[in-house]
Design a protein around this ligand. Structure first.
Ligand SMILES: [Cu+2]
Length: 158
């Protein structure tokens, strides 16, 4: 990891993220679900607050080939996920990405993730003025089954 990235990460962790000219966005409660060795996808969860709204338009992480923003809905008894390109952020209100709802999906994991590991995540926020802010955060890995919805997370639906 470069020094610049490390410093940006430290700032994001300590102060949230503040860019005076743009919407102020803070991210906390960042975690990803731990995996077993053969598992290639997992969920990422966090809370975003943006003073002026905007949208979450992308994410990525060095531990996976790519990261998608997903929504999860129940269709009858079946939980279905689908990719969304833009997740609108309500101005001034926290938006929670959590098991059973909106979440990040880390695809094609390069390594197993075990409880207690730290995973860098980069979030792309369209602040509504045509500029995309990049926010670096660090997720903590929580053990399998943490806050799991009763029906489980339907990764097989992909
Ligand atoms: Cu998903």
């Amino acid at each position: 990891m470069s020094r610049t990235l490390r410093r940006a990460l430290a700032c994001a962790l300590i102060a949230g993220f503040a860019a005076p000219a743009w919407a102020q966005v803070t991210v906390d409660n960042v975690w990803v679900r731990g995996t077993v060795p053969s598992q290639k996808v997992t969920g990422g969860f966090l809370t975003i607050r943006s003073t002026h709204g905007g949208a979450l338009v992308g994410a990525d992480s060095p531990v996976s080939a790519h990261v998608e923003v997903h929504e999860m809905r129940m269709e009858g008894e079946v939980a279905r996920m689908r990719r969304i390109e833009r997740l609108p952020l309500p101005a001034g209100e926290p938006l929670e990405l959590r098991p059973g709802g909106y979440h990040l999906m880390l695809m094609d994991l390069k390594q197993p993730l075990k409880a207690g590991d730290k995973v860098p995540l980069r979030l792309e926020i369209d602040a509504g003025d045509g500029k995309v802010q990049t926010i670096e955060v660090e997720a903590v890995v929580r053990g399998l089954g943490t806050d799991a919805p009763a029906h489980g997370h339907g990764h097989a639906a992909h």
